[in-house]
Design a protein around this ligand. Sequence first.
Ligand SMILES: [Zn+2]
Length: 418
Amino acid sequence: MDKQDEDEDECAGQHKNPQDDDIAAPESAKDAKPASGNNAASAATGDVPTTAALPAAKRAGRPLGAPGFGRTQKLIPTKFVHKHPEVCTGCLHPFTANDPAQAWTAWDTLELRALSEDDTHTHQLGVYLEVTRHFLMQRQCTCGHLTQAQAQRADDDKAQWAGVRIGEQRLLGPRLAATVVYLSLRMRLPRLKVQELLLELFGLELSTALIDQTIKQTARSVEPLQPELVRQLQVAVLAHADETSWPERTLRLWLWVFCCSHTVLYVIGARTKEMFECALGSSFAGTLMSDGYQAYRSTANRLRCWAHLMRKLRGVAESTDTQAAANGRTMLDLFGSLMQGVFEARDKAKALPTGVQDDPPTHPVVPHAKQVGELKALCEKHRDARHEALRAIAREFLYDWEAIMRVFPSSTVKSVSR
Ligand SMILES: [Zn+2]
């Protein structure tokens, strides 16, 4: 049995095709009893009523004596779901709810639930782990054919997702799987620490292999969403983009983020113009707010993110070179007052009653045109400064002046800065 198979066995018999002869049911589900017949998948209580006898089903689970790598932690289910075959696969005769049925395999699912979802704890904060036992049922038709309900499972994708199989039979429910992904990618916890946290908080024993597999399966599950997220970003009026280093073992990768008021897309890959263009696509027609990275510069409507520039100016202002620090502080003060002007203009516009036009417009340039001109003059003055950081930021402002000052009409700025 290779590593992959071991991982899968730990998932309480998931991912094995239920048609396989040696379907591995969870230890706790091996005593699956015959159950009553509802054609639809149904939730029931722990009392599993027996019905008219069917020919003995093959014992669910690994053959006795076969080596196993199953979970050692015993799960106690509190919820039971039965999935019945709806029609005979031999003669297509529909089954009725009263036709005898028998469980032929089962698996358990763990899901993170809010206490408030429980009728008896509606006002309680907190979460708990719910164990659901899923039974796949079988029914025998009058034609003699035995039909077994099947778990849903996506086709294998050996080209893009080799070894990453997704389907209904998995130990972690969607919310618990999302929690594992959140801890791993958002909180950047190594697999071992995700394992530790789940054990400490919930007493849940998961292997790091299962945690790793969960992350990959979730990635495959959400992959079809990416084109839709890109589409939503492409029609946004204003989108933001940024990138930060994202080392993975020996690979020096970058985490890109693209967001607008309603959508966020993260992409991990190289730091190249092609990467940016592939991620956002060429049809983006809105305004892009970004830092000064070269890849963004081909975008027609671009705004420079002022927070990035502010941080760089603050760095110069805190320099140990007293002359450069003084120049940096002057530029920082000017830029700070411009930023304040933009905030004030924005607040005034927000305070207007709905439908009322801002006339004449309280555009930030009106009271701040002088500072815009002064800042540009300082940038030109320090374009060839001896101090490297001062020189760099002065050139960055000048090189990207239009995108930085787009919020101010260029005609007014030019007349002031001459
Ligand atoms: Zn039949």
